[in-house]
Design a protein around this ligand. Structure first.
Ligand code: UDP
Ligand code: MG
Length: 158
């Protein structure tokens, strides 16, 4: 499995409900490396671009309005197979059906207000990271002190 980067958004409901710390802890506890973090009330145009694949879907107008209704935290994470790892930690889109132990399964009840976004493919991750972290230097290259314990240096990082 390759080292990957992926975009996570803490949606407005996560911010308003005071869940930022607990959700970030899920990703840190798993061993994913934080390489970018910012809070903004993102403008409509950017959110429309971010969700462009859903443009024809009936929920699209509400989705864009909800995502622009308050502050959002954008998080860039790095790790082996990070895209799929993050999607698994998030759980199913409909929070009411998401498995206990997942972020949506533990903290949510809603299909739309489902707390987090995570990129769903390498192509989406590259596109979304460039949208939310466009400036050079916004993503930080660093080596966690515990890297050699999170992974087997010999087997996985060679
Ligand atoms: N969504 C919704 N109603 C639906 C499907 C999706 O409100 O029937 C919202 C929900 O917030 C979801 C987002 O649109 O997270 C994007 O949908 P997608 O199918 O990409 O789900 P995700 O990748 O976030 O699990
Ligand atoms: Mg999606």
């Amino acid at each position: 499995m390759a080292m990957e980067r992926t975009l996570v958004l803490f949606k407005p409901d996560a911010v308003q409900r005071g869940l930022l710390g607990r959700i970030l802890t899920r990703f840190e506890d798993k061993g994913l490396k934080v390489i970018g973090l910012k809070m903004r009330q993102f403008e409509r145009g950017l959110l429309e671009q971010h969700y462009a694949v859903h443009r024809e879907r009936p929920f699209y107008p509400n989705l864009v309005a909800y995502m622009g209704s308050g502050p959002v935290v954008a998080l860039a994470l790095e790790g082996k197979g990070a895209i799929e790892v993050v999607r698994k930690l998030m759980g199913k889109t409909n929070s009411a059906q998401a498995e206990p132990g997942t972020i949506r399964g533990d903290f949510g009840m809603s299909f739309s207000n489902n707390l987090v976004h995570g990129s769903d493919s390498p192509e989406a991750a590259a596109r979304e990271l460039a949208l939310f972290f466009p400036a050079p230097g916004e993503l930080v290259t660093w080596t966690p002190a515990n890297l050699g314990w999170v992974y087997s240096v010999k087997e996985e990082l060679s």
